[in-house]
Design a protein around this ligand. Structure first.
Ligand SMILES: Cc1cc2nc3c(=O)[nH]c(=O)nc-3n(C[C@H](O)[C@H](O)[C@H](O)COP(=O)(O)OP(=O)(O)OC[C@H]3O[C@@H](n4cnc5c(N)ncnc54)[C@H](O)[C@@H]3O)c2cc1C
Length: 461
């Protein structure tokens, strides 16, 4: 698809549609919206607009569609696969000013929010009402970006990913039409499920302008444990056995010894430097949780754990989760002059011990600093490789490792991207993962966005 570059008339038209403080062609604003947190090269848009309501988004899309100008949504820019990079330039819609929590219906466990709400701010607000929105990607993500990427996080193993918490969406389509899809009922079997089509579509099918989210009650009690193992393989096997036993952890993360070392160095947590699963259970009473922990202890002992430390207090557990969320930044700080590549795959849980052993070997073979950490409970695994900026040879090696790890995950019946989306980086694997379905995905794209103006250059190879 050939897009039009901005001309003087486009700038004049858009300026007449937007107040001056919410429309910019200034280089610093363009640069701020040219790059996410990935290693993919920056691309400047031609203008940035900060809309404040759905009608404004609709007018901009009508104009862009008529003039064949690309439009890319922007939340916080925290993606890791180049998802919001405006590779075909055009307009970036930054949703930071559409950040209102419109309603909280405590007794229905629901909230209506605009796309620019940061999920941590939402949870802050919900805490006093005894509620929370469980998907937690860690970074300062917006609800719009989380829906578009179908983000997940440490508690997805128990509570599900973002798409499991979306009940209703207001979406502006490429032609400017505003539609509502979904209901406020907690279940429905009415017609095609457009919510799950928009969720994970990375802003390529429509722009989300409001969402009704399903909330969850804060757990009455929690119980958390740290376990250490002599090898990553043994830890991976224990993860599989815990899930297989149906013990339903609320979080089950696995950190390799290099990650533990960095966390100790930066946050002084004094953890044992070994492959370390960290897990948490939620439940109604302490007694019930104590029983669960006893079974988990037995499983871990059988798999040869060195140490099983249950009964973490609130502070210790919060410190550990915080460290887990900040791990990527800590790794970056340890390697000045390098960029990070996060290889993100997921496999069926039975394959978890195999994929973790494979990834460990691949990482060692690269000779490049590598860190494995994972949302192990749902078979999701990340390998972070730190390549020197501008070192083509290293980036070739990293690319090769990515290729091999993704191919292995696909061969095991898994996916090329557990939670970071396709963006730019995973497009090349779409054919291998989806086969003939890819043609139908393209058909859906053409139906919703015949001029391909919405976030072009993403998802499809
Ligand atoms: C340190 C770190 C840790 C991370 N950990 C996790 C993790 O554990 N789990 C996880 O899932 N992700 C993780 N991520 C990736 C990222 O934070 C998530 O994908 C997050 O959901 C992106 O949200 P955002 O607001 O930054 O969106 P952006 O990056 O700004 O955009 C994401 C996508 O959404 C589109 N978009 C934005 N707003 C809208 C809208 N209103 N309508 C339609 N499309 C829109 C964009 O065009 C883009 O395609 C991590 C990132 C970092 C940097």
């Amino acid at each position: 698809m050939k897009f039009n570059r901005f001309n003087k008339r486009n700038i004049k038209d858009l300026r007449s549609m937007e107040p001056p403080d919410r429309f910019s062609t200034g280089v610093s604003n363009l640069d701020l919206h040219s790059k996410d947190q990935s290693q993919h090269p920056a691309c400047r848009p031609e203008a940035v607009i900060w809309p404040v309501d759905r009608n404004e988004v609709s007018e901009i899309l009508k104009y862009a569609n008529k003039n064949l100008i690309p439009v890319t949504g922007w939340g916080s820019g925290s993606s890791l696969e180049g998802n919001p990079i405006p590779v075909k330039a055009g307009i970036v819609l930054d949703f930071s000013q559409m950040n209102k929590i419109r309603d909280i219906r405590e007794e229905d466990f629901q909230t209506d929010v605009e796309p620019g709400v940061i999920y941590q701010n939402l949870n802050e607000k919900l805490r006093s009402k005894g509620l929370f929105f469980p998907p937690d990607p860690g970074a300062q993500a917006t609800i719009g970006g989380m829906i578009a990427n179908n983000a997940s996080g440490t508690q997805t193993v128990h509570y599900g990913s973002t798409k499991d918490h979306v009940l209703r969406l207001s979406v502006v389509l490429a032609n400017g039409e505003i539609i509502e899809t979904g209901t406020r009922a907690s279940k429905t079997s009415s017609g095609y499920d457009l919510i799950h089509l928009f969720a994970g579509s990375e802003g390529t099918l429509g722009i989300v302008v409001e969402a009704t989210l399903r909330l969850v009650g804060l757990p009455a009690e929690f119980s958390a444990a740290i376990v250490t193992f002599p090898s990553v393989g043994a830890a991976g096997k224990a993860v599989f056995e815990i899930i297989r036993s149906g013990l339903d952890p609320a979080a089950l993360e696995l950190l390799d010894p290099d990650c533990i070392e960095i966390i100790n160095r930066e946050q002084n947590l004094g953890l044992h430097v070994s492959p370390t699963p960290f897990m948490e259970y939620h439940g109604p009473t302490k007694n019930q949780l104590a029983e669960v922990m006893e079974i988990v202890r037995e499983i871990c002992k059988e798999e040869g754990c060195d140490e099983f430390r249950p009964g973490l207090g609130r502070k210790e557990r919060d410190d550990l989760l915080k460290a887990r969320h900040e791990l990527a930044e800590m790794i970056i700080r340890k390697h000045p002059g390098c960029s990070l590549m996060v290889i993100d795959v997921a496999v069926p849980i039975t394959g978890y011990p195999e994929i973790i052993a494979f990834v460990r070997e691949e990482s060692e073979n690269t000779g490049i600093p590598g860190y494995i950490f994972s949302h192990a409970g749902d078979g999701n695994l990340h390998l972070v490789l730190m390549g020197k900026k501008g070192d083509e040879r290293e980036w070739e090696i990293i690319d090769h490792a990515n290729q091999r790890i993704v191919s292995k995950a696909l061969a095991m019946g898994g996916t090329a991207t557990g939670e970071h989306g396709v963006g730019i980086g995973k497009r090349k694997f779409m054919e291998a993962e989806h086969g003939k379905s890819l043609k139908w995905m393209k058909g859906i794209k053409s139906f919703f966005d015949p001029n391909f103006i919405l976030n072009p250059g993403k998802i499809f190879p």
